[in-house]
Design a protein around this ligand. Structure first.
Ligand code: ATR
Length: 291
């Protein structure tokens, strides 16, 4: 009973997730439950899309899709089909949230970076007891991003936007250098990170796939080197408790889970689609029940 087709009427708003593969996505479950709870005349479906440009050219009529989420492998190509793009999403070069405005125009966002950065900001605030009104707790902090792929870009641009000083460390140095240059930061190889400690209280964000299932005994940085950090975030969510996060916790660090980025990026998508606050408790409940 993922979609209740009997409730779909000509004026029902249609949302969906476009991707390939897409069947595994939990988004229809979350969004349909939320629409039902709030009483919105809307449905959210799985949309298996091969050719994203053809998809947008074919279904560009404003009476079809009201908005969609965008996953692998379309996050980059879909940019070409948009009318307007959020400036940071444009810099990152990837979008995952598309909203059709009342005038029919397609506007795109990247909610991944917002989800990750807000989770990290809240982690810092909880530990120092400051209120959200005070400004970003990332301002002025040294923010170390491990990895320079799609997720690495999101974290690096997001951190820069909040006033952090950014360091990018990657196995392939050239990719670290490219990204670091774009955000006005410093580049390192991943191997150099063990001995990199210009100051204490740094923030660490892992966006490499090191430690992901099935190689759960791997970690991108040795435990002893974590002592120079105050907070450790891991974008990996399979498993939730990566070796990196377990060791950070054992070392007394604030830890922020990849699942937190995942769920918060969903909150942002819901807000962009509906203009309403996200039903956060409902999303969290369903995520933990169906994980
Ligand atoms: P995503 O979009 O999830 O960031 P990606 O673009 O494929 O995925 O990037 C994967 C990141 O993990 C890259 O930074 C990659 O390093 P390279 O640029 O050197 O390829 C990093 N990565 C993957 N496997 C790794 C490994 N075994 N050791 C170190 N880094 C690794």
């Amino acid at each position: 009973d993922l979609y209740n087709f009997r409730l779909i009427k000509p004026d029902t708003k249609v949302y969906g997730i476009i991707g390939k593969p897409v069947g595994h996505s939990k988004s229809p479950l979350l969004f349909n439950a939320a629409f039902k709870k709030v009483g919105l005349n809307a449905v959210y479906v799985h949309l298996l899309v091969d050719d994203v440009e053809k998809f947008f050219n074919t279904y560009s009529a404003p009476d079809f899709i009201s908005g969609c989420s965008c996953t692998i492998p379309h996050k980059e190509v879909a940019i070409k089909c948009m009318d307007t793009i959020d400036p940071i999403a444009q810099k990152i070069g990837a979008i995952n949230n598309i909203v059709r405005k009342p005038d029919g125009k397609l506007t795109a966002f990247n909610t991944d970076y917002i989800g990750a950065i807000e989770a990290i900001e809240d982690g810092l605030r909880e530990s120092n007891g400051s209120s959200p009104a005070v400004g970003s707790p990332l301002a002025g902090k040294l923010f170390v991003v491990l990895g320079a792929g799609g997720a690495g870009k999101s974290l690096a641009y997001g951190a820069k936007e909040k006033g952090a000083r950014v360091v990018v460390a990657n196995r392939t140095f050239e990719r670290a250098k490219d990204l670091a240059d774009k955000v006005g930061g410093q580049a390192l190889t991943l191997a150099e990170i063990e001995n990199f400690h210009p100051e204490d209280g740094m923030i660490l964000a892992n966006t490499t796939s090191v430690g992901m299932k099935p190689k759960i005994d791997d970690t991108p940085i040795p435990k002893h080197a974590l002592k120079h950090y105050s907070l450790v975030f891991d974008a990996i969510y399979t498993p939730k408790d990566t070796r990196l996060l377990r060791e950070a916790k054992e070392s007394g660090k604030i830890i922020v889970y990849g699942t937190e980025m995942l769920i918060r990026q969903g909150f942002e998508q819901y807000k962009n689609f509906t203009g309403l606050p996200a039903p956060e408790e409902l999303f969290r409940e369903l995520m933990s029940k169906h994980a």
